[in-house]
Design a protein around this ligand. Structure first.
Ligand code: ATP
Length: 611
């Protein structure tokens, strides 16, 4: 019978291939064994065979349950299947360290015994097939609730009882997640293109299909059943994640511009979690950079999409970023990590609110945009999104010289971003799914600089709170002292670090210093507070680092024309009632701190280069 008319494959054939593969480390040989296996595999089950090879029942992003079989249950199933006490299995496991091997050995012993006593090799059971094993494992994965333990155990021990010793070894290893004998997706794609794709020359087509639809089982099946032309026609499908396009990295603006062809689109590099968002009608999926399904972690993002996306079917990409609802400032990635640790998603949503900045569009209303140039993708994205405070388009600027690039970089840093991603805008600047290439170049600092010392700054203004802080003050405008001119120069807006009590008492603390207009000795940049405060109160503040800023007055034009100094991610530590405003940190001191920071960065860079 030819394989094409069959609809199943003896499990032993798959196991034999796995055994051969486990004995080689040569990729060429591994591929040859896989080709041999695929040639015997009927197209109807090639997806299942592929999943087995990958050591999974389905791609993890499907959100379908995992097997949920703990080692203890597996030991019990092995013991039941060969009719020996659990303690014996455990003992052998201690010695061998691989439950798969133990299962194989015990089954062999049992067979031997049966043969010796009764004169036949296999005592009971039917021959296992790929479908039978797959379906049994699927049932195990789906068994939930009361009694599910018994159900799982029954199916599993039945499966192992019917398995040959070698089959048992691989079933156990699969369940333990220890199957992958170095068979990577790349090797499987090699073998698929040789077996069904007409040869290695069509490997790029297989890879393209996999990049657009991150499900190698499905890709294998389409290829095996319908041929390479069908793969050519594969386009993104809502609900199936697309492997993300990645950026190269450079730290010289001229070089960056050169690489993208003299001009490009410089975009804020937001410091959050990448999200690929799929929508069809009322259904929304969110996939992470690693293609995990993270929809349940961000219910509010689902609702933003339903509310502000005009297209009923689309795949877009963006960054989910935590923000402070009181100051509306963006917060660093770590905030999202805190959010993930919360078990109750409603608490997480309340304590760590997020915004989404969309930067790309991959699919909309049946059209595959991955093969279209960036500008076209951006235009369409703009067309289908009704921007709001919580769902925005990423901020970008078309640039054609290094100075523009650097200025925009400063703006990005000051806005709480990590730097920029500079993107090519020529006609071939497509969305390269699954590839790290020069069409996107990230420009962030390749060093870590830390603000070690705290500074003492003077309150010169206050901002009304929003969200939880509605009706109170939410943030303060802080200034450094410039003794030469005897003025207070704004440095940063502080909204973090206050305890509930600090916030509660703030109106009282500030009341006697509130003035209707800007106090004459206060100098600010483009950021003005809701309420002006006479310089009197001093607070200790720490931040991530000192940055150049066009928006604050501190040391304006001293370090760089058009730029003052600011503090990134500033945090209130405590009031300093022991200090008067003229004892606050001076602008010159901040310049010194900035210079020291630069030196530290330079030596860190040097150390990096020497390493
Ligand atoms: P990194 O650790 O630097 O974020 P990465 O390896 O996760 O890098 P890269 O492709 O090298 O990923 O860098 C781009 C990353 O930057 C994206 O994965 C995405 O999460 C993030 N990002 C933030 N803003 C943008 C933007 N405007 N365009 C593209 N990516 C952005």
């Amino acid at each position: 019978m030819s394989s094409s008319t069959q609809s199943d494959l003896p499990f032993s054939v798959l196991v034999e291939a796995l055994e051969k593969i486990s004995m080689t480390s040569s990729r060429i040989q591994m591929t040859a064994h896989l080709v041999e296996l695929f040639k015997k595999t009927p197209p109807a089950v090639v997806d299942k065979v592929t999943y087995f090879l990958l050591g999974e029942l389905w791609p993890s992003w499907t959100g379908l349950p995992e097997l949920g079989v703990a080692e203890k249950m597996l030991i019990k199933a092995v013991s039941l299947s060969v009719n020996v006490p659990e303690s014996k299995v455990e003992e052998q496991l201690k010695a061998a360290g691989d439950l798969g091997l133990v299962a194989e050995k015990l089954k062999l012993e049992k067979e031997h015994l049966g043969k010796g006593l009764l004169g036949f090799v296999k005592t009971v059971g039917e021959q296992l097939t790929v479908l039978r094993v797959y379906n049994s494992l699927t049932r195990i994965a789906h068994a939930t609730g009361e009694g599910s333990r018994d159900v799982k155990l029954k199916i599993l021990s039945g499966l192992l009882a019917d398995a040959s010793p070698r089959e048992a070894k691989y079933i156990v290893r699969f369940i333990e997640g220890k199957l992958r004998a170095g068979i990577g997706e790349a090797t499987i794609m090699d073998a698929l293109s040789i077996t069904y794709g007409g040869g290695a020359q069509n490997r790029p087509l297989v890879e393209r299909a996999f990049n657009l639809r991150a499900d190698l089982g499905t890709v294998a099946k389409v290829l095996a059943e319908q041929g390479i032309d069908a793969l050519r026609k594969i386009k993104p499908q809502v609900g199936y994640p697309i492997r993300p396009m990645l950026a190269e990295r450079l730290s010289d603006p001229e070089e960056i511009l050169d690489k993208v062809g003299g001009k490009g689109l410089a975009e804020f590099k937001y410091d959050g979690e990448r999200a690929q968002i799929h929508r069809i009608g009322e259904r929304v999926w969110i996939f992470s950079r690693r293609l995990e399904n993270i929809t349940h972690q961000y219910p509010e993002v689902v609702s933003y999409i339903l509310k502000y996306m005009k297209s009923r079917e689309a795949i877009v990409e963006g960054e989910i970023v935590a923000f402070d609802p009181d100051t509306m400032e963006l917060k660093p990635f770590q905030e999202l990590m805190h959010r993930k640790r919360k078990h109750d998603v409603h608490v997480a949503m309340r304590e760590y609110p997020v915004k989404v900045f969309l930067f790309d569009l991959l699919y909309a209303n049946e059209v595959d945009y991955t093969s279209k140039p960036l500008i076209e993708r951006k235009e369409k994205l703009k067309e289908i999104i009704d921007e709001s405070e919580v769902l925005k388009l990423a901020e970008y600027l078309l640039i054609d010289n290094p100075r523009m690039l650097d200025e925009f970089f400063l703006k990005a840093i000051e806005s709480g971003c990590e730097g920029l991603v500079v993107k090519a805008i020529h006609g071939n600047a497509i969305y390269q799914a699954g590839a790290r290439g020069w069409l996107w170049i990230k420009y962030k600092r390749d060093y870590k600089s830390e603000m070690i010392d705290t500074v003492d700054l003077v309150v010169v203004g206050a901002f009304y709170g929003r969200g939880r802080r509605g009706g109170k003050y939410g943030a303060l405008l802080m200034a450094a002292y410039n003794p030469e001119l005897d003025v207070f120069e704004s440095v940063c807006k502080v909204g973090s670090g206050f305890s509930d009590e600090d916030l509660e008492k703030m109106p009282e603390v500030l009341r006697q210093y509130v003035v209707p207009n800007k106090p004459p000795r206060v100098v600010v940049g483009s950021i003005e507070p809701d309420v002006w405060i006479e310089p009197a109160l001093v607070a200790e503040v720490i931040g991530a680092e000192i940055t150049l800023s066009p928006n604050h007055a501190c040391a304006m034009n001293i370090v760089k024309p058009g730029a003052g100094l600011s503090i990134r991610f500033p945090r209130f530590i405590r009031w300093r009632p022991d200090k008067g405003p003229s004892e606050a940190t001076t602008s010159d001191e901040l310049v010194e701190m900035y210079k020291r920071q630069l030196k530290a960065i330079a030596s860190e860079r040097k150390a990096l280069e020497e390493a």
